[in-house]
Design a protein around this ligand. Structure first.
Ligand code: GCU
Length: 138
């Protein structure tokens, strides 16, 4: 199924900035979170129908320490303190996945740093609508 991509640099950013100084990002850059708890990136995601999806957050963390974030969907936690562990360098990007339900129409997805180090660098959010149950649509 299609995975629609939403660039972080096009999203709403609270306490962070758009940078492009580490290679490998999609679009025109990535968000460098301020090193503070509560900094966030927030995307508006339109879903054609209600249902389960996989959120795929592409990130880099060039430190050895986790950069934990809460993933909040329509105001409710979809993942608490997800680690966003070190990726080896700021130019090495990994994808973290979170399964959640979206409603038809507009959804708000926010990735909020939970420690004083702030979030990792975040490249984009992709929303994969592939079935997660393994059943074949009829
Ligand atoms: C470095 C790096 C940034 C990163 C920051 C951080 O300054 O160049 O891209 O965001 O560390 O620790 O968050």
């Amino acid at each position: 199924a299609a995975a629609a991509a939403y660039e972080a640099e096009d999203a709403t950013v609270s306490r962070g900035r758009v940078d492009a100084n580490h290679a490998g990002f999609t679009g025109s850059g990535f968000v460098n979170y301020d090193n503070s708890a509560g900094s966030y990136v927030q995307w508006t995601v339109d879903a054609a129908r209600a249902g389960r999806v996989t959120l795929k957050l592409r990130f880099a963390n060039g430190t050895p320490a986790d950069r934990p974030m809460d993933i909040i969907v329509n105001g409710a936690p979809a993942a608490d303190d997800r680690a966003f562990a070190g990726t080896g360098s700021w130019a090495s990007w990994s994808t973290a996945t979170v399964t959640t339900d979206l409603r038809a129409g507009t959804n708000i997805v926010r990735a909020t740093a939970t420690t004083a180090d702030g979030g990792p660098n975040v490249d984009h959010l992709a929303v994969d609508t592939a079935p997660t149950t393994g059943s074949t649509p009829v």
